[in-house]
Ligand binder design. Structure first.
Ligand code: RP5
Length: 162
């Protein structure tokens, strides 16, 4: 199975990345986590993206806050699918990072999830890899079924209580 590469702009993004890692661990998926910044370590971020396909990665997740250019900078240097996570910063409620991540120019796409959407980023990465992995697709189907059953159990409980 191809690896999932996770890059965050700063260790202050770790709580968001942890949500992605928890999902990937629950699926037993191979992943690697790095801290590379589009602004503070642009050379390392670029080198990682340029070599990612040769290094066994199938999809990349990039998380950053504020002027969040990391996902776009990574996407500029690879044709692997890149998923961007806008991280909420101290001001503007994450709208700054959301717009910086999602508003990519034509030709360099970034699949952007919700602000702080670490879990969905991991699930989307798995869904991309599951296009050519039937076992992984079956695990994703099973999770959907479990999640639906949990909601229906809550529905039954709320009907009983109210
Ligand atoms: C971004 O700036 C990082 O992704 C982080 O979300 C934000 C603030 O970084 P720190 O100043 O906390 O290192 O590049």
């Amino acid at each position: 199975m191809k690896k999932i590469g996770i890059i965050m702009g700063s260790d202050s993004d770790l709580p968001i990345i942890q949500k992605a890692v928890d999902v990937l661990k629950s699926f037993g998926a191979p992943y690697e986590v790095h801290i590379y910044s589009a602004h503070r370590t642009p050379v390392e971020a670029r080198d990682f993206a340029l070599s990612a396909r040769d290094n066994g990665f199938g999809v990349l997740i990039a998380a950053a806050g504020m002027a969040a250019h990391l996902a776009g900078a990574i996407a500029a240097n690879t044709t692997l699918p890149v998923i961007g996570i806008p991280c909420k910063g101290p001001v503007l409620d994450g709208l700054d990072a959301l717009l910086s991540t999602v508003q990519m120019p034509t030709g360099i796409p970034v699949a952007t999830v919700a602000v702080n959407g670490g879990a969905n980023a991991a699930l989307l990465a798995l869904q991309i890899l599951a296009v050519s992995d039937a076992d992984l697709a079956a695990k994703l189907d099973a999770k959907r079924a479990n999640d639906a059953a949990a909601v229906l159990a809550k529905d039954a409980a709320v009907m009983e209580k109210l």
